[in-house]
Design a protein. Structure first.
Length: 130
């Protein structure tokens, strides 16, 4: 679902904002970095949040480091908001310790604009001024 929403951001005929959480810097892989750099090259704001994430985890990507005790550390979120499209994906890590592709999450997806905007507002309030 997260990859679907990231893809939607690339193909929309508008310039949406993309905000995502990655729990920890280790989940912001090289492949993810390349994808988010492509998004940042096309979109007005691409933000990434995670424990130990640098201020610019990829060229043009706005990074925000989270404290390891932050509740977002246990969540995986992707929000895409444009003028005619809004979606939010939020997943809570169930704590599996195995390989990434075998980890389990409880999740919800919304296409309700007001809900997606509230999700985005919550993340935007965490971005520190440059």
């Amino acid at each position: 679902m997260s990859r679907y929403l990231e893809h939607q951001a690339m193909v929309l005929n508008e310039s949406p904002v993309v905000l995502s959480t990655f729990q920890d810097v280790r989940h912001f892989s090289r492949a993810t970095e390349r994808l988010y750099e492509r998004l940042a090259g096309e979109l007005p704001l691409v933000g990434a949040f995670g424990v130990d994430l640098p201020a610019e985890p990829g060229s043009g990507v706005r990074g925000t480091s989270l404290d390891s005790s932050d509740p977002l550390n246990g969540e995986w979120v992707v929000i895409v908001i444009g003028s005619h499209f809004a979606a939010g994906f939020a997943a809570r890590d169930l704590g599996d310790a195995g390989p990434d592709m075998e980890r389990r999450f409880d999740y919800a997806v919304t296409y309700d604009r007001n809900a997606a905007v509230r999700m985005a507002s919550s993340l935007l309030s965490r971005i520190k001024a440059a």
